[in-house]
Design a protein around this ligand. Sequence first.
Ligand code: PGA
Length: 259
Amino acid sequence: MNRKYRKTIIAGNWKMNMVASQVKHFAEELKTLSPRAKWCETVVCVPFVNIPAALKAFKDSRVAVGAENINENEKGAYTGEISANMLADLGVKYVIIGHSERRQYYGESDITVNKKVHSALKAGLYPIVCVGESLEQRELGVTLELITLQVRTALAGIPAEKMRRIVIAYEPIWAIGTGKTATAEQANEVCNAIRTVIRKNYGARIARAVTIQYGGSMNEGNARELLAQPDIDGGLIGGASLIPEKFAKIIAAANQDVI
Ligand code: PGA
């Protein structure tokens, strides 16, 4: 983390878990456990149908609500899809784009990711753009080239003045939901490489200000060490974000409090 130059953001990704009627209880517990995040911004990214309940439950708190996906088009004949505008209209702030599960199961390419980033920004949302390598790619030694390409493609055509809205999440695929975490050094190396790509394209001032999260089995036990790295400015958390006690401890680690 580097609180001087950029925001620390702890974001939960509920994936396809929880039903709307569980949201209120979750929110009450989290608010009790984590009354005031001093430094870090806290986000819960929830399934579409849970969004109204989450907005209501977190209304009086500093927890922002995010979505887990959007369609890349502004509107039209795309049965079953949800646009960025629809989310912005509800009061959603963040949206996860290009999560590896979307890439793997729903065929999202870097080009689709780029279109979604443009759509999200146009609607006024804050995209959390996910990038990450597979185990095979890491073992082949192509991680940094691959991540560079993913970041450059995701950000293609994004003007400098919009960059303050973008969050990048480095999520090695082999660490997601597996209990295997990248070491703090491995994670920081890639987050630093991402900042270098941004610096080359947008200059030092913007690169210094972009929040870069780590995701992949981040939990209450390893968060502090990961977040102590200079280029890791937060976390995108799956499993541990579903349990208020665990999520609150990660938020506390970002605030360097002990609870
Ligand atoms: P995990 O998921 O924390 O359960 O590994 C992270 C993510 O997919 O964003």
